[in-house]
Design a protein around this ligand. Structure first.
Ligand SMILES: *Cc1c(COP(=O)(O)O)cnc(C)c1O
Length: 376
């Protein structure tokens, strides 16, 4: 039996580098030549340019998206003695960050159409928290796959309960809701800059966005030992810095992000059309929102067979994510769940299938995927 090689990988960060190689190489040379490698002009430049692009006052770089979430919680004063509500259908990082901050996660279910936090269940846990938990002080809606969580319901609900909202924008750079960019609608928002994200470094990186100047200053201190003055810790902090090399690379990539997101949208439209001939439904779009297709995810009831059929035609697929956080060995039986017990999440984890998605996919590769999915 011959195994055909993968000619269309599901993700391809190397293609992202090659597409901008001259600009990135020049940025790297500039950073290396500067003689300054941590928290310097490149980092400040990236923070200013990212905040301007997003449309907020402040951006604070840090080492990765997980740290961004943990720092944001700590910056809001949320830690030991607090619970934080989020979803189980997410990168485990969201939940790891809550525990890094010293808080207790409460995992609630998702809306089956958009794969994001179910506001009805959030309302239920805020009105009637699971027994034995400290008070819920924050919620982290995750804008999964590049599309907004239902902030129109979540923000007023949290405001009524005095609960802070931290947006997990790790998959949603550039997505909008009601004409506004995600990451500008709540008090603080966290972005991962992991290489495969819509805005990706060539290593680890993260950035926190806020319009609150005092919070931004606190976050800038917390990421570096609690320093506001050199070598003097005013409070206990951590080491979570975005380095100059990554900041310089991100400055080269940021001006191309909107065009890259448009290209993702165009690829998604081709996949939608190809799926029309099949039993599989294209991803649901929320009205009054733009989806930036970090992932293009369909539900495939017989996922293993679909993956195998695509694999046989040289097409890579992914599963985001195969095991919900509350069923993973580190968390099972230990984390609190909302009253819906994450049943919608468990079904989603068994069915979700991510097709190849990155801006550098060639038209011929997109056609190859469309041809193959038309047979599913
Ligand atoms: C990638 C990701 C994170 C974590 O980011 P890292 O940079 O890998 O630490 C957090 N939340 C979500 C939803 C993610 O996709």
């Amino acid at each position: 039996m011959t195994v055909s090689p993968i000619t269309v990988p599901q993700a391809n960060p190397g293609a992202g580098y090659r597409a901008l190689q001259a600009e990135i190489d020049a940025a790297v040379a500039r950073a290396l030549g500067s003689g300054w490698y941590i928290l310097g002009a490149e980092g400040r430049g990236f923070e200013a340019e990212f905040a301007a692009w997003l449309g907020t006052a402040h951006a604070v770089g840090c080492a990765n998206g997980t740290d961004a979430l943990a720092l944001a919680l700590r910056g809001l004063g949320i830690g030991p003695g607090c619970a934080v509500a989020t979803v189980s259908h997410t990168a485990v990082a969201t939940v790891a960050a809550i525990e890094m901050a010293g808080a207790v996660p409460v995992l609630i279910d998702i809306d089956p159409a958009h794969f994001t936090m179910d506001p009805g269940e959030l309302a239920a846990v805020l009105a009637n928290p699971p027994a034995g938990l400290p008070p819920i002080r924050a919620a982290i809606p995750v804008h999964l796959y590049g599309q907004a969580a239902d902030l129109d319901a979540i923000l007023p609900l949290c405001a009524r309960h005095g609960v802070a909202v931290v947006e997990d924008c790790a998959q949603a750079h550039g997505a909008t809701l009601g004409g506004r960019r995600l990451g500008t609608l709540s008090e603080v928002a966290c972005f991962s800059l992991y290489p495969t994200k819509n805005l990706g470094a060539l290593g680890d990186g993260g950035v926190i966005a806020t319009a609150d100047t005092a919070l931004a200053e606190r976050l800038a201190a917390l990421r570096q030992y609690g320093w506001r003055r050199h070598y003097i810790s005013d409070e206990i902090g951590v080491n979570s810095r975005l380095d100059e090399l990554q900041a310089a690379i991100l400055r080269a990539k940021l001006p191309h992000l909107d065009a890259c997101n448009l290209r993702r949208g165009a690829i998604a439209a081709r996949y939608d059309a190809a799926l029309a001939a099949t039993r599989l439904a294209p991803p649901a779009r929320r009205p009054d929102a733009t989806h930036v297709f970090h992932q293009y995810v369909v539900r495939a009831p017989d996922r293993g067979a679909a993956q195998e059929a695509l694999r046989a035609r040289g097409i890579g697929t992914g599963v985001h994510y195969p095991v919900p956080v509350h069923l993973q060995p580190a968390y099972a039986g230990r984390v609190a769940l909302g009253p819906a017990a994450c049943h919608v999440t468990e079904r989603a984890a068994a069915e979700v299938l991510s097709l190849p998605m990155y801006p550098e996919l060639q038209d011929a590769q997109v056609a190859q995927v469309c041809e193959a999915i038309g047979r599913l």
